[in-house]
Design a protein around this ligand. Structure first.
Ligand SMILES: Nc1ncnc2c1ncn2[C@@H]1O[C@H](COP(=O)(O)OP(=O)(O)OP(=O)(O)O)[C@@H](O)[C@H]1O
Length: 260
């Protein structure tokens, strides 16, 4: 690739007791691309994403965003740096409204009765912005922005999580299995959202076990095996069964796809 990668990881190691979840894993994300990350159960995909998004600290290795060494100590720090992650378990607060969830951890405040000393939540502004964001992303099947997230369908919840990531991720959006719990129609909408996000210039990392979805939207596919990146393939040059064979070790990837 001619361009410089936006986000890189080199030699990531993460051990949990005797289990080595990451064994010198590398990673490269280029500007404006959809990079799928695939691998067998336990290959270390989530651990790698968690290291990149500040949810865990790797034991070894380095991560760079736009060439700068980064060392996130929490997901909040990664979010402040422009890396938004939609986790497998969503990390939404079910009892809170859609608007509150969209602004969770970055609430908009206004001066309260005591002026600057006691600032109160600016609900009207958050609702206005949440509504605008959801409508911009074509998610306005949600009627009431004050509806509690626990009353939404799985697809709508995923929509809120994706919308939140797309709204605040200024550099990278990471999605861990965003269609895993969804029906056909809802999955379709999430795939469209992923393409929408890319069309706005944001790169996306998509971790998924769903090969048809991966092959439909990915520009490149990072294959993770036994705690490290095995190879990166172009979905236009390989079939889904090739990808599965590389992933499981049934077939050797071609030399040019192998990670250095
Ligand atoms: N918090 C933890 N404590 C102990 N072991 C862990 C922990 N998190 C992950 N592991 C182990 O690390 C290895 C890699 O797990 P990880 O979740 O990163 O894989 P994955 O590729 O995302 O798997 P899956 O596709 O099943 O979600 C597994 O053996 C897993 O059991």
């Amino acid at each position: 690739m001619a361009q410089e990668p936006l986000l890189t990881a080199r030699g990531l190691v993460k051990r949990y007791g005797r289990v080595t979840a990451l064994d010198h894993a590398d990673f490269d994300l280029y500007p404006g691309e959809i990079l799928a990350v695939i691998g067998d159960n336990g290959a270390g995909k989530s651990s790698m994403i968690k290291a990149i998004s500040g949810a865990i600290t790797p034991d070894e290795g380095e991560i760079r965003l736009e060439g700068q060494l980064i060392n996130f100590r929490s997901p909040m720090e990664a979010r402040s740096a422009g890396i938004e992650t939609v986790y497998q378990n969503l990390a939404l607060s079910p009892a809170l409204s859609i608007a509150d969830n969209m602004f969770l951890g970055r609430e908009i405040r206004k001066p309260g009765i005591m002026g600057k000393l006691f600032r109160t939540l600016d609900r009207a502004e958050m609702e206005k912005r949440a509504r605008a964001k959801l409508s911009e992303l074509g998610l306005m099947t949600i009627q009431n922005i004050n509806q509690a997230v626990e009353t939404l369908s799985g697809g709508q919840r995923q929509g809120v999580a994706v919308a939140r990531a797309a709204a605040f991720g200024s550099k990278v959006v990471i999605m861990d299995e965003p269609t895993a719990a969804l029906g056909v129609k809802e999955s379709r909408r999430v795939l469209e959202l992923i393409l929408d996000v890319r069309s706005r210039g944001l790169p996306i990392v998509l971790i998924s076990h769903n090969m048809p979805h991966v092959f439909e939207v990915a520009d490149r596919i990072h294959i993770h095996r036994l705690g490290k990146r095995l190879c990166v393939i172009n979905p236009k040059e390989h079939t889904m069964s090739d990808a599965v064979a590389f992933m499981t070790g049934a077939k050797e990837p071609p030399r040019e796809a192998l990670a250095a």
